[in-house]
Design a protein around this ligand. Structure first.
Ligand code: PRP
Ligand code: MG
Length: 212
């Protein structure tokens, strides 16, 4: 029998809660994340542990049938991919922030600014809607350091507790997106695997109902 291939974040904020969701749904996953692939012994499902940013492309290519992924990653890299279910965990915002000492009253204040971010598409689209052009610097991590080392006037990154902004003397000035973990589906999923996905969704829904 075919198995549903589901991508889960290899390490990071979504990893543990994703596995907990399977667990609470009565789906046991056999081995730890040392293996890049693990199967369930009691549900037709295989888990692939992948890098967050790679998951949209794996879905597009049909290498995996579904994924547990942050909405923020889909908005940035996978607007063509279907969101089947919001999962209620790993809530965060994707926001613009500036140094505390910067005077900021409206988005127009960022006209021509240098903005460091790992979310170039999200920022570009947001600013375009507001009629603002800026100079984007793409960085993959530790984005919040950029204003302190003179690389940027503002940053755009994920805000969860707000502690990274606080530690770097930044203030959140615009919330561009509110995000949480979602179940995303490959556009090329087969009929047979769609049936398994329906069963998985049914279980996930009952877990979410019980949690709320
Ligand atoms: C993430 C994100 C923010 C921070 C937000 O970084 O890029 O910097 O967490 O969380 P907070 O509001 O609770 O502080 P992470 O620590 O994952 O490292 P990275 O930027 O190097 O990927
Ligand atoms: Mg960071």
């Amino acid at each position: 029998m075919k198995k549903l291939r589901v991508a889960v974040q290899k390490s990071g904020r979504l990893h543990d809660d994703s596995l907990k969701l399977f667990h609470d749904a009565g789906i046991s996953i056999d081995n730890g994340k040392e293996q890049l692939k693990a199967a369930s012994g009691n549900f037709p499902l295989e888990v692939f542990y992948l890098r967050n940013g790679d998951i949209p492309q794996y879905l597009r290519d049909g290498v995996v049938d579904a994924a547990i992924i942050g909405e923020n990653v889909l908005v940035e890299k996978g607007e063509d991919i279907t969101m089947a279910e919001k999962l209620g965990f790993s809530k965060c915002r994707v926001s613009l922030a500036v140094p505390k000492a910067t005077k900021y009253s409206e988005i127009k204040d960022l006209q021509g600014a240098r903005i460091a971010t790992s979310y170039p598409n999200t920022v570009k689209n947001y600013l375009a809607k507001k009629g603002i052009t800026a100079d984007l610097h793409i960085i993959n991590g530790s984005v919040e350091i950029a204003p302190n080392i003179g690389l940027a006037d503002a940053i755009c990154d994920i805000v969860s507790s707000g502690s990274t902004l606080f530690k770097n003397n930044l203030k959140e000035v615009e919330v561009m997106l509110k995000s949480e973990a979602v179940l995303a589906v490959s556009p090329g999923i087969s009929e047979e695997r769609s049936e398994i996905l329906k069963k998985l969704q049914f279980r996930i829904k009952s877990v979410l109902r019980a949690r709320s």
